[in-house]
Design a protein around this ligand. Sequence first.
Ligand code: ATR
Length: 281
Amino acid sequence: MSISGSARLAGVMGWPIAHSRSPRIHGYWLQEYGIDGAYVPLAIQPEDLADSFRMLPRLGFRGWNITLPHKEAALRLVDTATAAAERIGAVNTVTVQPDGGLSGDNSDAFGFTAHLNQSAPGWPSDRPAVVLGAGGAARAICFALLEAGVPEVRIANRTQARAESLAAANGRQARAVPWDARTEALADAGLLVNTTSLGMRGQPPLPMELTALPADAVVNDIVYVPLQTPLLATAAARGLRTVDGLGMLLHQARPGFSRWFGREPMVTETLYSTIAKDIAP
Ligand code: ATR
């Protein structure tokens, strides 16, 4: 669709940015809803980040997403931040307010929960959850799980110290478990989430025995290249419900789109298969 001189503008900042799927996701919705707007990739080097935050509103941008490596730095550049962004320690969605101020949010936790609720309705949120990994994605997911009312989050990470510091930041309901004890941690769990890069194309599969997981537990892998990771294949073979990583990516885009373009977008089968084809043509 062509755009007019008064088109609404948004984009995604990262370095590098060419791999980002966000322009396709937002572009799909803009077209689907016939909105006069554009969402563009913005290749911004770290030393230019602060200047970009000042200039984009002057260029008429209504807001933008932030991806690697800028999410933590963005938290220091916004005027206000949501509780999610503060707790996760990172901003992925910036919105220009009517007074010109910048508000920062983190929609990764929202995206994770929205996709989990949609793909595995009634998932056992009244039992412990096991989270593998302790990077930025794990921070967002711990926050999401505690918000969802999970009674205990068990964090296992190859580097134990990172698991401990993530657990400490999340209070008494979060605790670190040794990487080598990750299998035993599954015994009474309702959910297993992989946030490590293991299982991603080009990486070794995640070494994980699932026999200890109760039959009604859900296995969620946030890796989305490939869509069906070895972990999800093992879980499916055991008859467990599985949740893939693509939906989190699609749902995390919703809050920014509705703020900048004025329409609540839907994550549909067609969007899912369009982006899935883009990932693995
Ligand atoms: P993100 O911010 O995307 O979550 P990250 O901070 O690079 O990414 O974290 C990647 C996660 O994958 C980490 O938890 C990392 O473990 P370490 O903290 O020990 O580095 C985990 N990871 C990467 N390669 C791994 C491997 N071969 N075995 C186990 N864990 C691995």
